[in-house]
Ligand binder design. Structure first.
Ligand SMILES: Cc1ncc(COP(=O)(O)O)c(C=O)c1O
Length: 421
C-alpha cells in the first residue's frame, strides 16, 4: 500500500472501530473459564450424594476426619487421568495451583528430599517455557525466584536449551510444563520431548519438573492428542524424584469446587505428606466421593469430557473462522494456533502491536488477557502474543468480540506501519 492508501484504510477502520465503541459492549475473553452451558452438564453430580446416602464405606465414616491423603475411590479415578498408580497420589483440596504453590513453598522453606531450603541458596532460577501460564509465573515472582524464558517449539520446549541449562547450572531448580494442550499454545509435547525430560541429569539435586497436566482429558475434537507418560519414562532411568505431576477436576466439573491431586515418587510424597499433615487434618472427602460416585469409571469421565468438547468446539471454530476470513494465515502480521483441546487459542500479532490491540479492544468493551501476561515479569520481548479464551462467552458474543478483535489488529498494525514510514 502507498502512504495514502494506508491513511485511507486507517480512516476506514477507525470508523468501523467507533461503531463498535458505540455498541457499549461488555464482553470478557480474558480467562479460561467454562461457560454456563458447560457447567450445567455437571449439575447431576450434586445429586450423587444426598441426606439419605450411606457415607460409611468399608467401615469408614467418610463424614469424619481421616484418610488425609485422599479416599481410594478418587485415587482410582485420578490414577487413570494421570497415568500413575493410586499409591503415587496425594489428593488435595479444590485447586492444583494451590498444590503447586505448596510444593514450591516446601522447597523454599524446608527443601525436598534432604536438600537445603531454597531460601538459603543464592540466585535460584526456574525455566519458563514461553508463552506460558501467568499464574505459574506469579508464584515465582512471589518468591523472587528468577525466571528464564525458554522458547516453545511445535513439539514442546526447546529441549537443547533446557538440557544445556539444567545439566550445567545447579542454581536452576525447576521448570514449568503444561504438557498437554498447553496454556496458551494448545501444544502437546512430543514423545521425544517427554523422553528427553525423563533422561535429564540435573546439576541440582533439588531440580524438579512441574508437570501441570491441567488439560489431560480435555480434547475438543475427535482426535485426542497423545502424551507419553512421563512417570513411566522416568522409571526407566530412575529419575522419578525429578517429577511432580498435577491435575484437577477444575475444567472437568466445577472450577473452584473440584478436586486436585499430585502424583510423585515415594521420596517426594513423603515430604509432601509431612507438610500437609501440619497444615490440615484432611481435605473434603465428601466432595471427593461425590466426584468418584458421579464418574463411576474413567470411561464415563471421558464421555462427560466429550460433551464438554462438543460445547467448546464451535466456540473455538468461531474464533478460528473469523481469523481465517479476515487474515492470511501465518503472515508477517498475524498467526494463530488451532489446538485439538485445552482452553486457549494463542495469537501472535505484528511485533510491537499486542499491547495496542488489547488496549483498543478494552476501550471498546472487550476484555482480553493483558498483553505480556503469557511471559515472565509480564514482558513479552516482541509485544506480539495475545491469549484468546473462547470458552466462556456465547457464540454470538464471540462473533462480535472477534469482529472487533480483527478490526483492532488491523488498526494497530496500520498505526505501527504509518508511524515507521
Ligand atoms: C495450566 C493450568 N494449570 C492450573 C490451572 C488452575 O487449576 P486449579 O483450578 O486446579 O487450581 C489452570 C487454570 O486455568 C491452568 O490453565
Amino acid at each position: 500500500m502507498t502512504y495514502k492508501q494506508l491513511i485511507n484504510e486507517k480512516l476506514y477502520l477507525e470508523e468501523k472501530y467507533n461503531q463498535f465503541k458505540n455498541m457499549h459492549l461488555h464482553l470478557d475473553m480474558s480467562r479460561g473459564k467454562p461457560g454456563p452451558e458447560q457447567l450445567d452438564i455437571s449439575m447431576p453430580m450434586l445429586n450423587a450424594i444426598n441426606s439419605s446416602s450411606d457415607l460409611t464405606i468399608h467401615e469408614t465414616d467418610y463424614r469424619n476426619y481421616g484418610m488425609a491423603d485422599g479416599i481410594p475411590e478418587i485415587k482410582n479415578l485420578f490414577s487413570k487421568i494421570m497415568g500413575v498408580e493410586p499409591k503415587q497420589l496425594f489428593i488435595g483440596g479444590n485447586s492444583s495451583l494451590n498444590m503447586m504453590f505448596d510444593v514450591i513453598s516446601c522447597m523454599m522453606t524446608h527443601g525436598l528430599c534432604g536438600c537445603k531450603p531454597l531460601i538459603f541458596q543464592k540466585n535460584i532460577k526456574f525455566l519458563c517455557p514461553v508463552p506460558g501460564y501467568d499464574r505459574h509465573f506469579n508464584i515465582l515472582s512471589y518468591y523472587n525466584i528468577d525466571m528464564i524464558n525458554i522458547k516453545m517449539t511445535h513439539s514442546g520446549p526447546d529441549m537443547d536449551t533446557v538440557q544445556q541449562l539444567v545439566e550445567n547450572d545447579d542454581s536452576i531448580k525447576g521448570i514449568w510444563c503444561v504438557p498437554k494442550y498447553s496454556n496458551p499454545l494448545g501444544i502437546t509435547y512430543s514423545d521425544e520431548v517427554v523422553k528427553r525430560f525423563s533422561m535429564l541429569k540435573p546439576a541440582a539435586k533439588d531440580f524438579r519438573i512441574f508437570w501441570d497436566n491441567a488439560y489431560a482429558v480435555h480434547s475438543i475434537t475427535e482426535k485426542d492428542d497423545h502424551l507419553l507418560n512421563l512417570m513411566d519414562e522416568c522409571k526407566k532411568y530412575g529419575s522419578e524424584d525429578m517429577v511432580f505431576i498435577f491435575a484437577s477436576t477444575s475444567k472437568i466439573t466445577f472450577p473452584g469446587s473440584g478436586v486436585a491431586a499430585i502424583a510423585a515418587s515415594d521420596n517426594n510424597l513423603k515430604d509432601i505428606k509431612k507438610r500437609y499433615s501440619i497444615q490440615t487434618i484432611g481435605f473434603d472427602k465428601i466432595n471427593q466421593l461425590r466426584h468418584a460416585k458421579y464418574f463411576m469409571d474413567y470411561e464415563e469421565l471421558i464421555n462427560h469430557m466429550k460433551k464438554c468438547g462438543k460445547i467448546l468446539k464451535p466456540k473455538f471454530d468461531t474464533v478460528i473462522n473469523k481469523l481465517t476470513e479476515e487474515f492470511k494465515e501465518n503472515s508477517e502480521f498475524i498467526s494463530w494456533t488451532k489446538p485439538n483441546g485445552g482452553y486457549f487459542i494463542s495469537v501472535d500479532v505484528y511485533s510491537g502491536c499486542a499491547k495496542r490491540v488489547v488496549e483498543l479492544c478494552k476501550t471498546a468493551g472487550v476484555i482480553l488477557t493483558p498483553a505480556g501476561a503469557t511471559y515472565p515479569y509480564k514482558i513479552d520481548p516482541n509485544d506480539s502474543n495475545i491469549r484468546l479464551a473462547p470458552a466462556y462467552p456465547s457464540i454470538e458474543e464471540l462473533n462480535l468480540a472477534m469482529d472487533l478483535f480483527c478490526v483492532c489488529v488491523k488498526l494497530a498494525v496500520l498505526e505501527k506501519k504509518i508511524s515507521t514510514l
